[in-house]
Design a binder for this molecule. Structure first.
Ligand code: FAD
Length: 231
């Protein structure tokens, strides 16, 4: 892989799992002023050459192939007539970000505030918001009323709203007719009650596999990514 640096034998950090958070942590360690040597060990194969993981429309094919999934199943679900339901988990460089739906949501304001209240300074919504914004480059679209104050403009994660299909637009309109509140940007504002059309961590229909993107963009000295090329 382009970002392999193979003349290092001693690492400051070894990260097990090159998924969404592992890859981001690796990048942050490697690019910091201390230039740590970081080794990422991923159980699954490299993401390179797997087109369906880069195309949002390729998601169903990924499920059928199953090769990038750990293949976990839930126990029989009483509430679902004892059906056994697949619990997908990515097994590939990029982890679940290489097989997910790319819906862009930051989570709920009240949850972050609760985490902070449990004795975790720095985790409140207001503390987290600058980090959320720093991670995002938002691409506005005519079809979407964005709250630009809540979005970032210079981060590694490119996000973009997409127009609804006609039938989805009709469903949205019918909810609005029934007085549900339309909050087009609530997923970046930390809200959870209302209506919106979600937007996506993709630009021009090309999925930026979040974890993978972080690894690939990290052409820093000292980052060594080992993926299981054989499986
Ligand atoms: C089908 C699906 C759709 C989703 N859709 C969305 C969405 O639209 N929007 C959204 O925000 N979130 C979505 N998610 C959730 C989101 O993708 C995950 O919550 C997130 O990617 C998890 O990140 P993580 O770093 O915790 O784990 P992962 O990204 O799963 O990373 C874990 C990595 O560790 C590796 N690993 C595990 N064990 C070992 C080992 N022993 N040795 C070496 N490597 C190991 C795994 O192979 C994997 O690559 C979706 C998830 C799935 C499965």
């Amino acid at each position: 892989m382009a970002n392999i640096k193979d003349d290092i034998t001693i690492y400051d950090y070894i990260i097990i799992g090159g998924g969404t958070s592992g890859a981001v942590a690796a990048r942050r360690l490697a690019e910091g002023k201390d230039h740590y040597n970081v080794c990422v060990i991923e159980a699954g194969p490299s993401h390179e050459g797997i087109d369906n993981s880069r195309m949002p429309g390729g998601l169903p094919a990924l499920f059928q192939e199953g090769a990038l999934d750990w293949g976990y199943n839930m126990v029989p679900q009483k509430g679902c007539n004892n059906r056994v339901i697949a619990a997908s988990q990515g097994r590939v460089l990029g982890g679940c970000s290489a097989i997910n739906g790319t819906v862009f949501t930051r989570g709920v304001k009240a949850d972050y505030d609760r985490i902070a209240d449990m004795g975790n300074p720095g985790w409140s919504w207001n503390d987290m918001l600058p980090h959320f914004k720093a991670s995002e480059t938002f691409h506005p679209a005519e079809c979407h009323q964005a709250d630009l104050s809540a979005h970032g403009t210079n981060g590694p994660l490119h996000t973009e709203p997409h127009p609804l299909m006609p039938i989805s637009q009709k469903i949205l309109d019918s909810f609005i007719d029934q007085d549900f509140e339309y909050k087009p940007d609530m997923f970046v504002q930390g809200e959870f009650e209302g209506l919106l059309c979600s937007h996506y961590a993709i630009k021009c229909s090309y999925q930026a596999s979040l974890g993978v993107g972080h690894v690939v963009r990290t052409i820093h000295n000292g980052l060594y990514v080992l993926s299981n090329q054989g499986s």
